[in-house]
Design a protein around this ligand. Structure first.
Ligand SMILES: [Zn+2]
Length: 246
């Protein structure tokens, strides 16, 4: 089992780790005993970065990471010879990219929070890249005239400098929180005993596995860059980040 540090500390940029498995049957894959890499999920792409071997300073580019059972697999460039089992390496993130994803992810939760609180619309999906993202809602009366209003409300919430808190709750306790039901927590597989939650204090609470900033002031602001109807009820809202102070 890989110890996945970003689940409990999103601000860790690098960790020292030991190589516990290597697979060279295709693209080289490396499993570490712990990692700073977020393995992707919940609409947030996995991290990229480097593995640096302490003994000789050699480095490898990590193109992507993903979960495989209880492990996190780090995918290297094709055709390179990976480090060996037992090697000590530093798993070092592309921090600028990850921090942008953290700001983007928190911005999308703020959007969900406003749309739920003020319009009663449930989120049905979403996706992001560094600096921009989209959310899909069951939001029949969404239209172009609401875009500016939603953007202003989200920016007002971000400017309130709300703390963002991570918790891990026993399944039963999580199921007892009415707000979590809208993020389809009831679709979680029966085997999952704990539910990780992200709370933008005073605005939004969701079951979520991603990495977030600690306070909404780190997000800066958002701009709504588009909306689309995906049918009578399903609507998609696209946003991009606006730098703090811009
Ligand atoms: Zn999320």
């Amino acid at each position: 089992m890989t110890d996945v540090v970003p689940y409990r500390d999103a601000y860790t940029r690098s960790v020292e780790a030991r190589v516990v498995a290597v697979d060279v049957s295709g693209t080289p894959l490396v499993v570490l005993d712990r990692t700073a890499f977020y393995p992707g999920g919940g609409g947030q792409p996995s991290d990229r970065g480097l593995l640096l071997r302490s003994a000789d300073g050699r480095s490898w580019v990590v193109r992507a990471a993903r979960r495989s059972g209880g492990d996190v697999v780090h995918e290297l460039d094709p055709e390179v010879e990976p480090p060996s089992v037992g090697d000590v390496v530093v798993a070092d993130l592309d921090w600028a990219r990850r921090y942008s994803l953290m700001r983007t992810h928190t911005a999308l939760h703020a959007l969900c929070g406003v749309v739920w609180r003020d319009y009663g619309a449930q989120v049905t999906g979403g996706n992001m890249e560094p600096g921009s993202g989209r959310m899909d809602f069951e939001f029949e009366r969404m239209g172009g005239e609401l875009v500016g209003e939603i953007e202003a409300k989200v920016n007002a919430e971000l400017a309130m400098a709300r703390d963002v808190r991570v918790a891990v709750l026993p399944r039963e306790e999580a199921f007892a929180i009415p707000d979590l039901i809208r993020t389809k927590v009831n679709l979680l597989p029966p085997g999952i005993e704990e539910v990780r939650t992200i709370e933008i204090v005073g605005l939004d609470l969701q079951a979520d596995g991603g990495t977030h900033v600690a306070n909404t002031r780190e997000v800066g602001g958002i701009r709504v860059t588009g909306y689309e109807s995906k049918g009578r009820i399903n609507k998609r809202i696209r946003i991009e980040l606006v730098e703090p102070g811009a």
